[in-house]
Design a binder for this molecule. Sequence first.
Ligand SMILES: [Fe+2]
Length: 345
Amino acid sequence: MTFTQPRAGVKCDGKGGTAGPPRRVLLWGNVSIAGSSSWRKRFVFRAERQAAGGGALPSQACDRGPGVFVGVDMARIPLEDNFDDVINKAQRGLRLSDGELARRAGISPAALRALKDGAFDEAAARAVAPVLRLGADQLAALGRKAWYPEAVMPPRGFALFNTPFADMTVNSYLVWDPRTRRAAAFDTGATCEPMLGAIETEKLTVRYLFLTHTHEDHVADAARLVAATGAEIYSSEREPFPGGKTFRENQTFHLDSLAIKTLLTWGHSPGQTTFLITGLAWPLAICGDSMFASSMGGGLVSYEDQYRNDVEKIFTLPRDTVIAPGHGPLTTLGQEKKHNPFFTG
Ligand SMILES: [Fe+2]
């Protein structure tokens, strides 16, 4: 049984059963679930056995309706941003007009328009990159779809959930001490249903619900998660959440063998926070929309501050830090230092 290469999938029929030939089960996109190795194996075994027998898939994998693939491949969550998203984000952040950008890049307004609309032209992309302070090689690789982060195999005490919200998907996470099984949740995504499944399966006690920021896609199911677990909600003092408590910058919470430190990486929102977690097999930065694999969050409040905070507070962490973003796949700081166009310009 392999967990990394999707070749085929089983579609849910939305009624707890499967449609199509049920030969292999893969976790894909909307319902990605990762947990401890033993839990993951149990989950996959159960899903494969049920699919092979024509039976219903596990509820947490099959309740998203028709068209959902299930299995265990969290590495195939699509990148959050395409090359044109990166160009548009950087241009907005630097407040450059189309005319100014085209003139300084030495390309025609028509060529810039096509690029911004998603028609990849490598020469044009390389021309605008330095004007937008983007890495040209990295932007070109994104345009050619030549890069995707190497898969990160989760350690014990870590789970990712990827749920659909409007036309995108959003990530939420669980982290726990494997010995005491006390856990912290980070955001809820669109629904906490798969998270509740993992909490039950792993027999976890959820002490905290930490919010990276309070945008709707990240907190949509907070009330339900709190009602089901009794967790206390915490968000930044710069971005209070109704019914929750607040933390300051550089505050550390302890959860048995784990330490959770709050890094204020604002810019996308006023109190956007990256949680640096130590005590797992690798350092973990749950960063919300501060940055993504090969991109960063839009600077809705301040692009310059989002960029500066990322550089000063995330890019100074150890290279093997796993970056767990609010959208898109897991990555590592070492990979982002080489491949993220925003931080290689
Ligand atoms: Fe956001």
